[in-house]
Design a protein around this ligand. Structure first.
Ligand code: HEM
Ligand code: HEM
Length: 223
């Protein structure tokens, strides 16, 4: 992830601004939080699948719980879990807006678009020996571009779903929007898994200190 570095004097060129670091870790926690809510709703708790167990528990205690009553309890549990998803989702939407504002207000060289263009130019101009490194840097930046697209889709579709019951035209497209929201989740998961493996791999192989620089922002400058 960094260009050339020698064992004697490791050189890093990454310089992460404080606002980008705040965004990165806040956004990472919220994305993981969203995935955890889905894990609970769809896999761990699965409220609707618990209805027969509610009925069995009621019968053991000498009561009688109809399927409909069981479904009502399951619906309450579902709503509680979705409330968490929507709450974290709104925070994620705020972070997304913060990222957009950063892109409009940060010094030109710190904006993602400028860093992506610089990586593309470095790749185009790289001499053959430096090409593999330049190509890797460009591919990593393209993966970030993909993530920024995915998170934009997640936030916009998530907001549409949040207000789908209150706005008639949103209600009309709710089913389609839900499908897009659902499918994009798998792209987000693929990014997160590849990204974490990638940065940890870089950290333990050729770019020591990469992760701590995303925490502290300190970068040794090449001359
Ligand atoms: C849901 C989890 C995460 C998401 C969505 C995420 C997203 C991102 C994005 C979009 C960037 C690019 C920032 C930019 O240059 O514009 C980035 C960079 C980075 N992330 Fe993450 N991240 C996540 C988790 C993590 C974790 C757990 C670590 C540490 C183990 C980490 C370490 C880094 C580092 C070191 C960079 C800079 C890499 C480079 O310069 O190419 N990230 N992350
Ligand atoms: C990485 C981020 C996110 C992931 C992985 C995620 C995942 C999901 C999944 C898998 C569903 C179920 C769709 C279905 O039933 O077919 C869902 C529903 C939903 N999501 Fe997200 N989501 C994310 C971000 C957001 C955001 C930013 C919001 C905005 C507030 C949001 C709001 C909603 C709402 C309102 C629903 C529908 C809940 C319901 O059916 O009652 N999500 N999400």
């Amino acid at each position: 992830m960094s260009p050339t570095s020698s064992p004697a004097e490791p050189i890093s060129t990454h310089d992460y601004s404080a606002p980008l670091r705040v965004w990165h870790w806040g956004n990472a926690l919220l994305v993981l939080g969203q995935l955890v809510t889905i894990l609970f709703i769809k896999i761990i708790v699965k409220p609707k699948a618990l209805v027969p167990e509610f009925q069995a528990a009621a019968a053991r205690a000498g009561g009688d719980l109809t399927k409909e009553q069981g479904m009502n309890i399951a619906r309450l549990m579902s709503e509680r879990l979705w409330d968490w998803h929507i709450g974290i989702g709104l925070a994620l939407a705020a972070f997304w807006l913060y990222w957009l504002v950063l892109q409009l207000t940060a010094p030109a060289g710190q904006r993602f678009g400028a860093r992506l263009r610089a990586a593309a130019q470095r790749y185009r101009l790289a001499p053959p020996a430096a090409r593999p490194d330049a190509q890797h840097t460009l591919l990593v930046k393209l993966s970030y571009l993909a993530f920024y697209l995915f998170i934009s889709v997640m936030v916009l579709t998530g907001l549409a779903l949040t207000w789908a019951d209150d706005v008639a035209w949103l209600h009309g497209i709710e089913h389609k929007v839900k499908e897009i929201h659902n499918v994009t989740m798998y792209l987000v998961i693929a990014f997160v898994a590849t990204h974490i493996v990638g940065v940890v791999w870089s950290e333990i192989t050729k770019d020591r200190g990469l992760i701590s620089r995303m925490v502290s922002g300190e970068a040794r400058k090449s001359s």
